[in-house]
Structures are given as structure tokens and as C-alpha cells.
Design a protein around this ligand. Structure first.
Ligand code: NIG
Ligand code: FE
Length: 389
């Protein structure tokens, strides 16, 4: 196996406190050795072992590749008009999803797959090396299974979200749609997914429906996650905790009991600042969650309706500026936090044995991701040991 050393990194975020300083395990003037698809060694640049190849990263810093644990990339069409209307004062509503459902059903497999590849490549160039994506714009047995098959061509982290909204075909029979999602649609989709998700919200699915959907998925071996408390207060967060969901996503409207439940559980609070940015909504309060002891992840929620960004650096900048996170906390949340939200320990850290996923910044430290918002600082990306950008 070929070994490669990256040397003279001004600073390295390892996310392993045993390797460096503080929760980010920071090492100054560091080096990393990659062996095949794994990290083989991490330490001071002056002690770098001999390797087949070496890259002098002088003046640049590195961190683990971003782990984007929440996106909706299998879609057709776009919603520019809806965005324009919103920026002229209209409110965001879950019902906009129907526009994308119609466009997705009309798209060919090739179009959908090319679309996923396009946004994944965009994310990769911005440092994202692990990506979750969902169905949820098909809402028929065939269209949901097709979306998951296509997602699986591009990533292992695939989520069944047949319960995104009640299908327009069942507008008069929501209970019938829940039966479909937990019955024939689940049968067709379970083999193609790792996760099951539900949009628990007014205008989508209530607490009882969400419980039935996640429970049915768990019985089929899918692991639960939940869209919770995005547009209003509701039962989603506490239901997620009760069912041991890996993650409760959005967490914008939280009661003290919701915060307590998250803080005393293994359920990660995944915050999606791109959604609040693009819908001009109230920011989730990351500080409140962190101070209570909850684990926080950051993710893009990339989708054509509520958050059409694939950029984790942008989300980090928003989280620091508007959600009261420190740059260190935001960078941890976008890497190690995302890994927790996907219950993964091979990604989100740079330590011997971890997958060799690494993002190089044309900046002296990770703090610049928030300090220099909107600037394309990512100047190199390694995924599974291969330089991909
Ligand atoms: O996570 N909240 C539900 N689903 C998406 C929005 C999807 C859409 O508007 O198309 C979200 O924000
Ligand atoms: Fe979402």
C-alpha cells in the first residue's frame, strides 16, 4: 500500500483529545500519514516517519472531512419562484414539497442520478467527505424505492423518508397513506436504506403517526432519525429520544423539556442553519443545547425548497454568527457531530485507524471558516486516502 505524508500543517484538528489540545485535539505544526484508505500516523511535523510520497502543506491547516448527515438530493426541478416569493415576504410552508414531488416523479432515473452526482461533487469540493441523503419526493411505492436505489449509487448513508408529507394522491385519506408508508412502501424501500425518517410537523405527520412510522421501520431493521420541531413546537424531539433516534433534526422550537430530553440521551440535535437562512426563520439556539450538555451536529439540509446549499463552511459561519456557537464548537459539530448523528466512528476524526478523509484549508486555522465567511478556503480534499479535490 502507498503511504503519503502531509507535512508542515500550521494546525491540525484531529477531534481526538488524546492526540492534541482541547476537545478538537489540536496539533500545531503537524503532519498526517495516510496508508491506503486509512490514517496511519498523526503527530508533530518534525517527527514524520518516512513515506512513499510527501505533500508540503506549509501555511495551510487541515481538519477531518465534513460529515453532512442531512440532505434531500434525489429531486427534480427547482423552486426559484418560491424562494423569490419568500424573499418578498411570503412564509415557508411544508406544502411547497408538493412542487418538487411532481417534478421528481416526472424526471428520468438518469436525470435524478446526474442531479445527485452534481450536488455531491459540489459538496466534495467544499470539503464534505461523508454524505447522507433521503427519498421523500416520490411518495409512491415505485418512486420512493427508485429514489433510494439512486441515492445508494452515490452514498451508503441512505434514508427512507416516504413520510415527508402525505402524498397528494391520499389528500383525503392520511391514515391510508400512513398504512402505505408502514406497509407496501416500507417493504419495497427497506432493502435500499439504512435509516427511516419522518417529518413530524403540523401539515405533515403528527406524533402518533410519526411513532407508528418509525416503529414500523425499526421492526424492519431500519434505524430511526426524525425531522423535529422545525416550524413549530411539537412532539418530535421527545418522540425521537423515546425511540432512540440517532438524531433529531432542525430543533428550532424547543421547550425546556425538549432540551432536557436531548441532553440526557444519545440522540444528537442536528441543526440546519441553511434552512433558517433560506426561509428567514428564527435561528435554533445552539448555545442553549450545548450549555445543557446536548450533542450538537451541523448539516446543510441541502434541498431545493428550504435550504439549497451544499456548503458546510457556509453552515459553520452561520452557526457561529447567528446560533451562538464558538468556531471550535461549530467545526466539531460539522465533523465529529455529524459522525455521531450517523452513529459512525470511522469518520469525523483524524486519528490512526480512521478513514483517511481530510480537508485542507488555505488558512492558518479552522477558525477562518467562520472568520472569512463565503471565501472558498478549501484547497484540497482527500477521501478514503485519495485526493479528490
Ligand atoms: O428539511 N422539513 C422538511 N423537509 C425539508 C424541506 C423540503 C422542501 O421544502 O422541499 C427540510 O427543510
Ligand atoms: Fe430535511
Amino acid at each position: 500500500m502507498t503511504t503519503t505524508a502531509l507535512t508542515h500543517l500550521t494546525q491540525l484538528v484531529t477531534n481526538d483529545p488524546s492526540l492534541g489540545e482541547g476537545p478538537l485535539g489540536l496539533i500545531q505544526d503537524a503532519a498526517v500519514v495516510i496508508d491506503g484508505d486509512r490514517i496511519a500516523w498523526v503527530g508533530p511535523s518534525s517527527k514524520t516517519p518516512a513515506t512513499d510520497n510527501a505533500v508540503d502543506a506549509g501555511g495551510r491547516s487541515a481538519l477531518p472531512g465534513f460529515v453532512d448527515s442531512h440532505s434531500h438530493l434525489v429531486f427534480g426541478g427547482d423552486r426559484t419562484q418560491e424562494f423569490n416569493a419568500r424573499m418578498s415576504g411570503r412564509a415557508y410552508e411544508a406544502g411547497g414539497i408538493r412542487t418538487t414531488v411532481a417534478a421528481t416523479r416526472a424526471a428520468t432515473d438518469e436525470q435524478l442520478s446526474a442531479n445527485v452526482a452534481h450536488y455531491l461533487a459540489e459538496a466534495l469540493r467544499q470539503g464534505t467527505t461523508t454524505f447522507e441523503t433521503k427519498s421523500g419526493y416520490g411518495l409512491t411505492v415505485e418512486d420512493e424505492a427508485r429514489a433510494l436505489r439512486i441515492a445508494g449509487e452515490h452514498t451508503d448513508e441512505v434514508t427512507y423518508l416516504g413520510a415527508h408529507i402525505v402524498s397528494p394522491d391520499y389528500a383525503d385519506d392520511p391514515a391510508g397513506y400512513v398504512d402505505l408508508v408502514t406497509g407496501p412502501m416500507l417493504d419495497a424501500c427497506a432493502p435500499h436504506a439504512r435509516w427511516i425518517d419522518v417529518f413530524c410537523e403540523k401539515g405533515a405527520f403528527d406524533g402518533d403517526q410519526a411513532r407508528a412510522i418509525l416503529t414500523a421501520g425499526k421492526r424492519r431493521g431500519l434505524l430511526p432519525r426524525i425531522h423535529a420541531n422545525q416550524l413549530s413546537y411539537g412532539p418530535g424531539v421527545q418522540l425521537g429520544v423515546e425511540l432512540d433516534a440517532a438524531s433529531a433534526d432542525h430543533c428550532t422550537h424547543l421547550t425546556d423539556a425538549d432540551v432536557d430530553a436531548l441532553a440526557n440521551s444519545a440522540t444528537v440535535a442536528t441543526l440546519l442553519p441553511g434552512a433558517e437562512f433560506s426561509t428567514r426563520a428564527t435561528w435554533p439556539d445552539a448555545r442553549r443545547l450545548l450549555d445543557a450538555g446536548a450533542t450538537v451536529a451541523l448539516s446543510t439540509d441541502c434541498n431545493p425548497g428550504s435550504s439549497f446549499t451544499s456548503s458546510m463552511p457556509f453552515c459553520i459561519a452561520l452557526a457561529v454568527r447567528d446560533m451562538r456557537m464558538t468556531p471550535d464548537e461549530a467545526v466539531w459539530a460539522a465533523t465529529a457531530g455529524g459522525a455521531r448523528a450517523l452513529r459512525r466512528d470511522d469518520v469525523g476524526r483524524i486519528a490512526p485507524g480512521a478513514r483517511a478523509d481530510l480537508t485542507l484549508l488555505d488558512a492558518p486555522s479552522h477558525v477562518h471558516l467562520a472568520y472569512r465567511p463565503g471565501v472558498p478556503l478549501v484547497s484540497g480534499v482527500w477521501r478514503k486516502g485519495v485526493r479528490v479535490a
